[in-house]
Design a binder for this molecule. Structure first.
Ligand code: FES
Length: 217
């Protein structure tokens, strides 16, 4: 998914990168610091809210932006619907977990975590490919399972019994992921036991699949 990020004063705002009228890149339009104008038919929007101005007949979809030092994180509402771990849980609970998600991009060869690192966050793969290696140094071997788009990994962050990583995760190509803090997600699930039960059942299936694939090596 492409996103347009604009700076207005000291703040950053993010919205859809393509005009809602036709397939035109909004980065080629005009921006006066508040109002974004598509150069094709001059639809305009307030970048702070996505609200239409003047001729525009549809709003822009906007995303929450979080700035942390030199990094800008953009949250995409509904992104976790693609994660099999959370499908079908209560909307309010999903929205609260979504609010915890930060989107990150990694270049090919980028390491998400190493064996022994603290297991604090789990991830949803939005695009790209991630490889898992077990063992250390030059005695590593593939962990034996592949990820599909939308799949959750790093789920040790959701387990009290597994405080550190047991595999190394590396991006095989440019990849986009959602990072979610496990402890914060568990707090949300504890406030909605019905959804928490669903997620924990699915998590146990994921672990069983992992054990089966590891045993098959
Ligand atoms: S394509 Fe953007 S206003 Fe028509």
């Amino acid at each position: 998914m492409k996103v347009l990020v604009a700076r207005s004063g000291d703040e950053y705002f993010a919205c859809q990168a393509v005009c809602p009228h036709q397939d035109v890149a909004l980065c080629e339009g005009l921006f006066d610091g508040t109002v974004l104008t598509c150069h094709q038919h001059l639809w305009q929007w307030d970048i702070r809210s996505g609200a239409p101005r003047g001729l525009a007949e549809a709003p822009l979809e906007c995303y929450t932006v979080e700035v942390d030092g030199d990094s800008i994180y953009i949250a995409s509402p509904g992104a976790l619907y693609v994660g099999e771990l959370f499908s079908g849980i209560a909307e309010k609970t999903l929205a609260e977990i979504n609010a915890l998600a930060r989107r990150e991009e990694f270049t090919q060869g980028g390491t998400l975590y190493n064996v022994g690192d603290p297991a604090e966050d789990f991830f949803v793969l939005e695009s790209g490919r991630v490889e898992f290696l077990i063992g250390r140094d030059d005695r590593t071997s593939p962990a034996g399972f592949m990820l599909r788009k939308g799949e959750v990994f790093g789920w040790a962050a959701l387990l009290d019994s597994q405080p550190s990583r047991i595999a190394k995760a590396t991006c095989l190509e440019h990849s986009t992921l959602l990072r979610i803090n496990g402890r914060e997600a568990l707090k949300v699930l504890e406030s909605d036991p019905a959804s928490g039960y669903v997620v924990m059942r699915r998590l146990s299936s994921l672990i069983a699949r992992y054990l089966a694939s590891s045993g098959a090596r």
